[in-house]
Design a protein around this ligand. Structure first.
Ligand code: GLN
Length: 491
């Protein structure tokens, strides 16, 4: 079935007319009908719109030579519910945006469409991207295709589950503290968080603006490179996007790693890591050495402060960003006797528990009297964390860590304990605080149950080429990324 293909293989087959865009789209839709009632990766899909886009792609595919500027012609790509797609729902898995339809395309969507992709579906997530399990969605949890009693990770849980279950060819997610990489690791796909400024956030609903990035979730490193080629680049509508030229990210993919220096940050290998995760990472390190990489230990001394600094900075920014959802301009409104009562009722009914917790936390750390003690100190810690990475990248080309300390946990296991949930992000948060790039690539499985494990690669600002090269060589040597979950998720 063509929905099972990687993006790069699909592009080849479409060009060779071995399959049509319509056939691929139909295969994805039929897979969604088969498994999604149970997995719930999608919040909604407009099949007519998807098929119309696929047919338009087929008309262009019929004309030779094929256009050079449409590298994704006919490829179905699904989108996290936090990224605006014109005339489609944009709910951020929140009740407060219930019924809201986006009037415009995010820049990444404009670029995908211009490249010929078939953009379809709204993927489930934690409400406003706040969470690590997709349990905070106002519309129900997404299940992990490898074991439906478990969470798919979060917040881009729908994006990872849909790719892993072959409901789409690739997807877009967003990553503020790990939301692309951690679900990619829990579902056995590749997830890339680009450098801050690499990809435009115009049309991404803001969670924590100094941390948010959009990135691809895919079935291989090459696929991630192909998607990044399309979505990366400067955008005058996002003042934080950087006018740095976009290389061809597939150009450096090679089967070996000779001359590459990799660092193992000591602080990521102490206690608390599941022994099976540890074993898989150790084996991955040996494999990378066998591919020619030179691996050395090093230290990122401020790592232990990352969780605290992140949850201060992210909540502070969230409390400001979410002030706009007040019942006046967007989504739902619950009327009150006066405007203040209307705001309170709207926000009280519209936001879920975790979002409210973060707004309260964020308002607290920014309030006069506490600002210096919390927010200002967290910003100073952030500078130290960034400096740790910049120092490390003077002697190595990339860092290797586990993506998460454990495999996917059970639905409900951490839902009642926010602190345990926050701690599960321990290995992914620093990357966003430092503004560097990070990638998760499948590196094996636990024994019973059989759950995917992710290897995290961290690179310097604009070091995506290096991360993709490492992940690709590793994939070629191991084939972990080719493993598929059981064909039908059993309840
Ligand atoms: N789990 C982290 C949080 O809840 C990261 C989420 C994200 O990257 N969007 O903030």
């Amino acid at each position: 079935m063509p929905n099972r293909l990687t993006l790069s293989e699909l592009v080849r087959q479409l060009a060779a007319r071995e399959v049509s865009a319509r056939e691929v789209m139909e295969a994805c839709l039929s897979r969604v009908r088969e498994v999604d009632p149970h997995l719930h990766a999608f919040l909604s899909i407009d099949p007519d719109d998807a098929l119309a886009q696929a047919e338009a792609a087929d008309r262009r595919l019929a004309v030779r030579p094929l256009p050079d500027d449409q590298p994704l012609l006919g490829v179905p790509v699904a989108v996290k519910d936090v990224i605006a797609v014109r005339h489609h729902p944009l709910n951020c898995a929140s009740r407060i945006l219930g019924g809201f339809i986006s009037p415009y395309d995010a820049t990444v969507i404009e670029r995908l469409k211009a490249a010929g992709a078939v953009v379809f579906g709204r993927l489930n997530m934690d409400e406003f991207a706040m969470g690590s399990s997709t349990e905070n969605s106002a519309f129900g949890v997404t299940r992990n295709p490898w074991d439906p009693t478990r969470i798919p990770g979060g917040s881009s849980g729908g994006s990872a589950a849909a790719v892993a279950a072959d409901e789409c060819i690739a997807s877009l997610g967003s990553d503020t503290g790990g939301s692309i990489r951690q679900p990619a690791s829990f579902c056995g796909c590749v997830g890339l968080k680009p450098t801050y400024g690499r990809v435009s956030r115009y049309g991404l609903v803001a969670y924590a603006s100094s941390l948010d990035q959009i990135g691809p979730l895919t079935k291989s490193a090459r696929d991630a490179a192909l998607l990044l080629n399309v979505i990366a680049g400067h955008d005058p509508r996002d003042s934080t996007s950087v006018p740095e030229t976009v290389p061809d990210y597939t150009a450096a993919l090679a089967p070996e790693l000779h001359g590459l220096r990799l660092g193992l940050p000591r602080e990521y290998f102490i206690g608390g890591i599941d022994p099976q995760v540890r074993r898989a990472i150790d084996a991955a390190v040996s494999q990378l050495q066998a591919l020619g990489a030179d691996v050395r230990d090093l230290s990122l001394p401020h790592t232990e402060y990352a969780v605290a600094a992140y949850y201060i900075i992210a909540t502070a920014e969230a409390s400001a960003n979410l002030a706009r959802f007040d019942g006046v301009r967007y989504g739902r409104r619950v009327d009150g006797a006066d405007p203040v009562e209307m705001y309170a009722r709207t926000r009280g009914a519209g936001f879920g528990t975790e979002v409210k917790r973060r707004i309260v936390l964020g308002t607290y750390v920014l309030s006069s009297g506490y600002y210096d003690a919390y927010y200002l100190r967290a910003q100073k810690v952030r500078t130290l964390i960034r400096q740790d990475f910049l120092n490390a990248f003077e002697s190595v080309d990339a860092l290797i860590t586990p993506t998460a300390p454990t495999p996917a946990f059970r639905i409900g296991e951490k839902a009642g304990d926010p602190l345990q949930m926050y701690l599960s992000d321990i290995f992914t948060l620093s990357c966003n605080l430092a503004g560097i790039c990070g990638l998760s690539v499948p590196c094996g499985f636990t024994d019973a149950p059989r759950l995917p494990i992710g290897l995290q690669l961290l690179g310097p600002p604009f070091g995506e080429t290096t991360l993709l090269r490492i992940a690709h060589a590793y994939e070629e040597a191991t084939g972990w990324h080719c493993q598929k979950p059981p064909p039908t998720p059993t309840p």
